[in-house]
Every structure is written in C-alpha cells, then in structure tokens.
Write a protein that binds this ligand. Structure first.
Ligand code: MLC
Ligand code: AMP
Length: 505
C-alpha cells in the first residue's frame, strides 16, 4: 500500500485515457505516464535514493517534471520542488537545510549549480524538458519499479516558505495532507474525467502542483499543459478547455486583452482564483465580459486549500467563501485562542487533515505557529459574516504577494542593508496593476554618503530571484518609527501607494 501513489497514479496504470495535452499537439496517456514514472522511480533508486531521502529539484515545467513527482511518491522519496527563478545563492540554503541527497537541475543550469551540490554533498543530476538530462536517460534505460509500501502519515514533500526573519522554513507535507485535500477539492469543484484543465501555473508551488495536478489525477481528467502563462497561448487553448485555475494576474491580463471574449472563454464550466487577493473589480469585469463568476478560494503552503466559494451557491466577490468540508476554521483575537464575534476581524486559524506536519528541523517555529491541539495560526487576518463567508482583510505578517509569489521583505532588506552607503532600508509592497503588489525599497543613506542605486540593484540581482527584486528604489532621510522603534510600514505604504499607478508591468 502507498495511498498517495495508488490513488493518484497507480490506478491509472495501463489506461489509454489522455492525461497531458502538450503544445506540440502530442498527448500523453495515463498509461504511458505511469509507466514512465515507474521507470523514473527505478532510476532514482539506482542513483542511490531511498525512501525518506530528500530530492531537491529546480527543473522547468514538463511532463517529466510531473513524472518526477509520481516517481518520488512511488518510491517514498520526499520531493522538494524549487522555484526556477532562484539564484544559486538562494538554492544553496534549501539544499543544505533539507539535507537533500540529490539536486536535480535543468541541464542548462548544471554548471552553475555544481558548487552548490558539491558543498552540500548532494548528488547533481539533470532533467530537461525534452526527455533530456541524466535522469531522463537513466529512466529510458530502467525497468519499471514497483511502488514502495508507504502510509498516510509518511512525508511526501517539503515546500519551503519564506519567513519574517528572512530564513525559509521547510513545510513538511504528508501523504494524507495532499490526498485529503485533492479528494475534497475534486468533489467540491465537481471535477470529472471529462474535464480538460488549462494548466499554465508553475509546478513548484502548492497551487500548480498539488491543487491543479492532483485534482486532475483524482478525477481522471486531462490537462492542456502550457509551460507558463502566456496570453496568446492561453487564448489559443481556451476553446479546448473546460476549466482553468489561476492567480489574479492571469485574469487581469486576460481581461486586458480584447480577444478574450465570451466566444473564447464563455463555455468553461469553472474558473478558479487564489494565491493572492483578487480585486472585486476584477470579479465584476470578468462576469460582465465572460458571463461567469470566478470561484475564489484561499490556501497556503502549510494548509493546502482551506476555504472556497461554493460551486453552486453565490460566489461572493471579495470573499474566499466557506471552510472546505473536513476543514475547521476559526477567527481569534491575535495571541489568544478566543474567537471574535461574527463580523469582527481576527487571526485566521485552520485545523484538519490538510494542515502540514511542521517545519523541518525547526521545532520552535513549528510550536509558534502550529498549536499542540492542531490549530495552525495562518498569519492572515480575516472576518466571517453572518452567512459564513470568510474575507481576508490583511496579513499579520510582513509579507508581500506579487503575481502569486510570496516575498518576505526582511530577506530583501538584508541584502540591501549590506550594500555600501546604506544605513538601513525598508521594503514594502504597494498596489501594482499587473502583479497585485509590487516592491518598493526605501533606502536611508549613511550620513554624508550617496548610495549608488544602480550598484545596489545589480548586487540585489546577483543574490535574489528576479521576482524578489524591488521595481522601485527611493531614498529617505529616515524611516518612520513608532515609540517602540518599530518601522511603520503602513505609513510608508501610504506614502508610496502610487509608485506603480498606471504602469502596465
Ligand atoms: C515574473 N516576474 C515577476 C513575477 N513573475 N516579478 C514579480 N512578481 C512575479 N510574480 C518577473 C520576470 O522575471 C520579469 O522580469 C518580469 O517580472 C516580467 O515578467 P513577465 O514575463 O511579465 O512575467 P511572467 O513570466 O509572465 O510571470 C508572471 C506570472 C507568474 C504572474 C504569470 O509570476 C506566475 O505564473 N505566477 C503564479 C505564481 C503561483 O503559482 N503562486 C502559487 C503559490 S501557492 P524581467 O525584469 O527580467 O523582465 C500559494 C497557495 C495558494 O500561494 O493559495 O495557492
Ligand atoms: P504561500 O505561503 O505561498 O502558500 O501563500 C499563502 C498566502 O497567500 C496566504 O497566507 C494568504 O496570505 C495568501 N492567499 C492565498 N489565497 C488567497 C486569497 N484568495 N485571497 C487573499 N490571500 C490569499
């Protein structure tokens, strides 16, 4: 028995039903996919990986990258998917912290990552998008491996999430966490084997990897598998799709294109949005143009999906709907377990089989956020109205969400503060028309010095992924502070609220 493998992959063995529709026009059947995954599992074992080992993967989106997830699940190897935008400096931390036994890289990046692998003692292998790379070649030559026996409490994946201190934490997700959520979402959103999901999300995060792919696998449907979100490619594929999942930027970009009409997108049975707040205005514009209401849901790396607007009932703009079946949600006065009255704002806490197992080798951080009684303190502030709809009203964590990617300002500030001429800095997120929020860095020079903005931006670009790099740098003689000495970021956000007004990107 290996519940996650059996339910997602194993039961499709030998099936001729379509699983992945590729831009080339080719379709990969379930049967062919499962067989490839079984061979890849054997190849990974032959490369020295055993159940419980971690495999850190920074690979581009491709059918083989999905097969990697299946192969790891089958062999009990813990997959640690990593954003393809991360620099070697960023990767170093994840590989070392997780104690990964293998670092799997895109063939084009193997040279740049050799040192990271060597320093951490991980074995470096490669996986490309065209059936290339050392792991793909070993897979071609391997005989299929049988799945390893596993239980629901065994770990399936580590997803690293940044933290307010700037140090990322590896969220440990069990088989049960993933499986229970996939089943719940499949039912709640009515996915079936006739669904064709337009998949344009990255597959190194919960949304693109677990929500989209696992729901498709449980339902037995297929996916139009695009390498990334590109408006032209999405418009071309929409007529063949029945459903699409996206972050709000997907929808604002589609609405900005006049080719996105009811004729092109009106026939889909479901559009979902999440990972970042969606403006009510976007909901209304979408409904007017396409004749459908986007279903907004709320989740987190640590909890998978927790709430959703209803499939049949009213999808209320600005809200994230109701707790999913089997998921408990409460709203407490921050710092306590006392629930606030209906309609009042408090800290959102979540409990259920969807909630992760803790942060890898960080018992104190785990204890800070995951109560012994199972409630997870999300860091999101919200309210629940008399009808039960939950609304996220803000965050009690210094987090910026840009185009669905999380950025913890502390990490960026640490890099800026280390540059010549900089006394200190504050990085804030302000409204951005394309990404939802965009980063502004407010820099305080050392007395008598004039930091070189271009040099700072260049230094930042060598250390941090592009999406974490501020889009605007401004200087200020000092940062606003309260009487406790804490930087008043809300004040800075107000001051710079228009930094990106009118900008298309
Ligand atoms: C790319 N760039 C970004 C960015 N994505 N900058 C800020 N924020 C982002 N999210 C950079 C590019 O490197 C490029 O830099 C410039 O911005 C413009 O690039 P682009 O071509 O316009 O961007 P694109 O590649 O189209 O990517 C935008 C996007 C993508 C929104 C399509 O970021 C995306 O797919 N986001 C989805 C994220 C996601 O799946 N999150 C789920 C997390 S799970 P330059 O300067 O080189 O041009 C989670 C739980 C839950 O949160 O509830 O789901
Ligand atoms: P991550 O840590 O990348 O999984 O991001 C999770 C965070 O994204 C949550 O804690 C929320 O702050 C935010 N989020 C996800 N979905 C929504 C949504 N529908 N509305 C508002 N915020 C959301």
């Amino acid at each position: 028995m290996n519940p996650l493998y059996d339910n997602l992959f194993g039961r499709h063995e030998g099936s001729a039903a379509p699983f992945l529709h590729l831009p080339s026009g080719d379709t990969i059947t379930y049967g062919a996919f499962v067989e490839r995954a079984a061979r890849m599992g054997a190849a990974l074992r032959a490369m020295g990986l055993n159940p419980g080992d971690r495999l850190a993967a920074q690979v581009e989106k491709s059918p083989d990258a999905v097969a990697l997830f299946a192969a790891c699940t089958s062999q009990g190897i813990i997959l640690l998917p990593l954003n393809t935008a991360y620099t070697p400096a960023e990767l170093d931390y994840f590989v070392t912290d997780s104690g990964a036994r293998m670092l799997l890289a895109d063939p084009a990046k193997a040279d740049a990552l050799g040192e990271v692998a060597a320093q951490s003692g991980a074995r470096l292998e490669t996986l490309g998008t065209q059936g290339d790379g050392t792991l793909a070649e070993a897979t071609d030559a391997a005989a299929p491996a049988a799945p390893e026996p596993r239980g629901e409490q065994d770990l399936a994946a580590f997803l690293y999430t940044s933290g307010t201190t700037g140090r990322s934490k590896g969220a440990m997700l069990s088989q049960e966490n993933l499986l229970s959520n996939a089943r719940t979402l499949t039912d709640y959103w009515r996915f079936t084997d006739s669904d064709v999901l337009l998949h344009a999300l990255p597959i190194f995060h919960t949304h693109g990897l677990f929500v989209a792919i696992n729901v498709t696998l449980i339902a037995g449907g297929s996916m139009i598998f695009l390498p990334r979100f590109d408006v032209d490619a999405v418009l071309e594929a929409l007529p063949r799709a029945t459903s699409m999942m996206g972050v709000p930027t997907f929808y604002t970009r589609l609405l900005a294109d006049e080719r996105f009409t009811r004729d092109v997108g009106g026939h889909l049975r479901l559009y979902t949005s999440g990972s970042a707040p969606m403006l009510e205005e976007t909901h209304h514009r979408f409904e007017q143009r396409i004749g459908q209401s986007i279903l907004e849901r709320y989740g987190m790396t640590e909890t998978n999906m927790s709430t959703s607007n209803p499939y049949d009932g009213e999808r209320r703009p600005g809200t994230v709907g109701f707790p999913l079946p089997g998921v408990e949600l409460r709203i407490c006065t921050p710092g306590t377990e006392d629930e606030v009255p209906t309609g009042e704002t408090g800290m959102i806490e979540v409990r259920g089989p969807n909630v992760f197992q803790g942060y890898w080798q960080m018992p104190e951080k785990t204890a800070d956020e995951l109560r012994a009684n199972g409630w997870f303190i999300t860091g999101d502030l919200g309210t629940r109205d008399a009808d039960g709809y939950v609304t996220i009203v803000g965050r009690d964590k210094d987090l910026v969400i840009s185009g669905g990617y999380n950025i913890y300002p502390r990490e960026v500030e640490q890099v800026i503060d280390a540059q010549p001429g900089v006394l200190e800095s504050a990085v804030i997120g302000v409204p951005h028309p394309d990404m939802g929020e965009g980063l502004v860095a407010v820099i305080v020079p050392r007395p008598g010095e004039t930091p070189d903005g271009a040099a700072i931006a260049a230094a930042v670009s060598t250390q941090l992924a592009r999406f974490k790099q501020p889009r605007a740098y401004v200087t200020a003689p000092q940062l606003p502070r309260n009487t406790m000495g804490k930087v008043q970021k809300a004040e800075l956000r107000r001051e710079h609220a228009d930094a990106f007004a009118g900008r298309a990107s």
